[in-house]
Design a protein around this ligand. Sequence first.
Ligand code: ADP
Ligand code: MG
Length: 333
Amino acid sequence: MDNRHFEIQDNTEKNRNRPEKNSIEVRDNMQTMRQNNHSSENRDSHASQDDNHSQRNRERHNSKNNRSNQSIKTFNNSVFTTEQLSVYYGDTLALSKVNMEIPPKQVTALIGPSGCGKSTLIRCFNRLNDLIESFHTEGKVFFHDKNLYSKKVDAVKVRRKIGMVFQKPNPFPKSIYDNIAYGARINNYSGDMDELVENSLKKAALWTEVKDKLKENGLSLSGGQKQRLCIARAVALKPEVILMDEPCSSLDPVSTQKVEDLIHDLKESYTVVIVTHNMQQATRVADLTAFFNAEEGESGNRFGYLVEYDETDKIFQDPQEEATQKYVSGDFG
Ligand SMILES: Nc1ncnc2c1ncn2[C@@H]1O[C@H](COP(=O)(O)OP(=O)(O)O)[C@@H](O)[C@H]1O
Ligand SMILES: [Mg+2]
């Protein structure tokens, strides 16, 4: 058992008041037990009784039920926390018992083979899966101290704070200007719209390329520009988090590099979670990396689970799990 402690700087008022969580802890829970101990242990039956963050964490680390072999990495001011999160589409398990915390203003990458639940998980972070009728969860997802799936939480408001950028750039069939302004208008934005458009395009590193053609249709831009327009559109809503599901997979290498450079800049202001199938991309952009794998359950269907989550360098250079080692070295089949 290897418990490592790293000190991290934390300046928020809230955390000054939480002396019990002054370190990042990495706990390698070696009580190896794969994912076959499902619903009977589901703690969601205690729904909404334990929204207190510190209590939650104590509970979690003490929990005998938490017996996957995944590392549990905790932060003192996590933006997202999943607790024993399982996702089903109908009766089919897609993602099993994920315990994971996402720190603020860092880039966290989700990697793993196709079908291991990366998109499913990232969509849980802004309740985008709600739009799929068969989708349901067990366990919990917290956004700061709020249980995201509590009935009290308004999914539309959540999505405003947590922007999403998809694999295929999907600008509105409107002018470049209106792509940015539209969301602000429907949210009754009362500030200077020109300024918002300019600042959002600057944050998305697109301003200099489009400032003289703001009235042109967003669809007339190149693929890479369209994706940066979508990032600008997300930024204009002043989110706290930007989720990106394979944002570069339809882009050429030059555009990919621009978006990657942009991701570096974005983390100064936002928390970024990115799904990528490109391992080099994870090493280039991510501070932390979570490796997911898929396994066949008793009923024969494959479900995903978190294998290992750590600093990106550690995952790629010194992973603890054999499956991670195989995946990052390309020896996977
Ligand atoms: N809308 C959906 N309806 C039913 N099953 C789905 C849906 N979306 C994803 N799945 C299933 O969930 C599992 C995980 O898929 P996904 O999250 O897309 O994985 P990844 O992004 O890692 O490739 C797969 O088995 C996939 O078939
Ligand atoms: Mg996917």
